[in-house]
Design a protein around this ligand. Structure first.
Ligand SMILES: NC(=O)C1=CN([C@@H]2O[C@H](COP(=O)(O)OP(=O)(O)OC[C@H]3O[C@@H](n4cnc5c(N)ncnc54)[C@H](O)[C@@H]3O)[C@@H](O)[C@H]2O)[C@@H](O)CC1
Ligand SMILES: Nc1ncnc2c1ncn2[C@@H]1O[C@H](COP(=O)(O)OP(=O)(O)O)[C@@H](O)[C@H]1O
Length: 289
């Protein structure tokens, strides 16, 4: 399996152009969080804004929305057009209220790329994403327990052969699978890449919610380019590379936040802008030869 490196990830950082505005840079819709897990919404929004995106539209429940705005007044509560969705983090599939249910279904039907996590994964098993008629544009981000549940397999089997499990899920649901864990495996089509493990201090509640925000922001900004350059639009390989790049960005930020010890997920988020800046710089270097 090819291991995705910072120089690879650098090619998937979308740098704003001179004449860009907040809309042309890319808008990320976020439908995450619930009464039980409002923090997941805060972490996803914070990570997305620190990764860089034209705008975040947060459409989750009002109570979570208040916390999101307290932390990040940059987030917008008004609904409108978006270039990508991040859905499901901090949502319990068994206790979705009617407005959350509607928000998730609308995101799948919106015709833009979707990152589906945690409490949206059962809707993928149900096949909801296929109703858009564009099944190549879904990235799911389960951990081993969630993927095992989706596949009807045992968690130990997913952990024993994460590449096979990710491939099987990608094939079964026509999507790209980012399987989180010590090593992160990304599979889609006939492509599979790994993101080197970050510090095990990253095994902390909320780390995956932040990864969703990083990936959502990188996807929305790239999808905004695909809208104006359709020749370069998203095939499975492009989405695999983009998802692996988000895992690399997240892992580098985690290592820096850690410095060999524990850290909070919001501290990880604070390292994201510098990681993105350095990767953007790396992408402009002449290839050695
Ligand atoms: N700050 C937040 O708001 C956070 C929200 N989160 C959300 O929480 C929801 C559930 O995610 P999970 O990843 O926990 O779901 P899992 O499917 O991994 O876990 C389900 C349940 O299994 C139990 N469990 C599994 N292993 C355990 C162990 N070793 N010790 C004790 N209990 C164990 C727990 O009771 C847990 O609630 C998701 O929607 C997720 O996005 C989490 O990301 C954590 C942080
Ligand atoms: N042992 C580990 N070493 C390195 N990274 C890990 C380890 N365990 C988990 N991670 C990473 O931490 C994050 C955990 O995400 P997730 O399981 O969704 O947690 P949460 O739901 O609490 O946010 C993922 O990015 C995963 O790759």
């Amino acid at each position: 399996m090819r291991i995705w490196r910072p120089a690879d990830a650098a090619r998937h950082v979308t740098v704003p152009l001179e004449h860009d505005d907040k809309y042309s840079r890319g808008v990320l819709g976020i439908a995450t969080g619930s009464e039980s897990y409002p923090g997941a919404a805060v972490l996803g929004v914070d990570a997305a804004l620190h990764t860089g995106v034209g705008m975040v539209r947060y459409v989750g429940p009002d109570a979570a929305g208040s916390l999101v705005l307290q932390r990040r007044p940059e987030a917008v509560r008004a609904r409108g057009r978006v270039q990508a969705w991040l859905i499901g983090s901090g949502i319990d599939a068994e206790h979705r209220d009617a407005s959350t249910e509607r928000a998730l279904r609308e995101a799948f039907a919106d015709g833009v790329p979707v990152v589906a996590d945690a409490g949206a994964l059962d809707l993928v098993v149900e096949g909801l994403h296929r109703s858009t008629g564009d099944p190549g544009r879904l990235i799911i981000t389960p951990h081993a327990g969630e993927l095992a549940r989706m596949l009807g397999a045992a968690r130990v089997d997913v952990v024993a052969d994460p590449v096979a499990a990710a491939h099987e899920a990608a094939r079964r649901w026509d999507c790209v699978v980012l399987l989180k864990g010590h090593l992160t495996v990304v599979a889609g089509g006939d492509v599979v890449v790994g993101a080197r493990a970050a510090t095990p201090w990253l095994a902390t509640a909320g780390a995956g919610d932040a990864l969703g925000g990083v990936l959502g922001a990188m996807l929305a900004t790239r999808a905004a380019r695909w809208e104006v350059e359709p020749a370069n639009s998203a095939d499975a390989a492009a989405l695999v590379e983009l998802a692996a790049s988000a895992a690399v960005v997240h892992g580098i930020a985690a290592n820096r936040a850690s410095g060999g010890g524990p850290f909070t997920v919001l501290e990880l988020c604070q390292h994201l802008p510098q990681v993105i800046a350095e990767l953007a710089q790396l992408a402009t270097r002449e290839p050695e030869g």
